[in-house]
Design a protein around this ligand. Sequence first.
Ligand code: ZN
Length: 323
Amino acid sequence: MAFPVQRLRRLRSTESIRSLVRETRLTPAQFVLPLFACPGEGVRKDISSMPGHAQLSVDLLLPECADCAELGIGGVILFGIPEEKDESASGAYDPHGITQRAVRAIKKEFPKLLVMTDVCNCEYTSHGHCGFVRDGKVDNDLTLDWLAKTAVSHVCAGADIVAPSDMMDGRVGAIRDALDAAGFHGTPILSYAAKYASAFYGPFREAAESAPQFGDRRSYQMDCANGREAMREIELDLEEGADMIMVKPAMAYLDVIRAARERFDVPLGAYQVSGEFSMIMAAARNGWIEQDRAMMESLTSIRRAGADFILTYFAKAASRALA
Ligand SMILES: [Zn+2]
């Protein structure tokens, strides 16, 4: 039976009907807010390409976390900008490094707030690459040791979940072994399993001061043309012990999120990256799109594609819109 018996507009006629039959819903508990920790006290360095976001000293991260707790946001993920960068990324695994200090302070004040840490080296290396550079190339196996030490130091500081984002082969296994050896059998790993070499990371590099000083990250992050390879990345990370997986970026990779959802029965995250956020903000500031509607539509599309949770710079704004 078709028209005129079938009229799909019937179920769109009022907001109350639309709300009843809505297939995809958003709640603050599904959002994770990225935060950038920097040294000092009372320091707020606005990130010009990401309105409303800033590098914050540890003391100023606390009010942000208070907002997250109050809004019921799922958690925060921390990135650190160290005092000093060097060839060996020593700030990444320093027990008193910037991320470790931030985790300690946040968990002390907000023990129930879920704190994830990004585990990578690019914010901490003088060359801005995600690993150990030898002869101008990132050495995979030598980098694993840094990552494992960094993850353990984050968990020692109180991190609830560690999230390796470097895209080295074998990092999840190396981190799992190190965590278990340190007695942290219960700490989950959220793997940035399918992370693409993307132009949409542009604003983040200003935020995290992590632009590579030479070359690019295409020898370790994925080629944007590849979908099947993402399934292999995810499969291998799960075999190595990842508890949760992530696709990054989100909006240009909704097909990858969908494919991962259909194939793997583990919690699936997606990272709505800085460029996705900044594009919406820039267009809205020019009066070209409605900010709140574009924000909610973009987040809904990521959930509809199959993501269980979303790392997003809109975490607070969207939670407020949902309240
Ligand atoms: Zn990195």
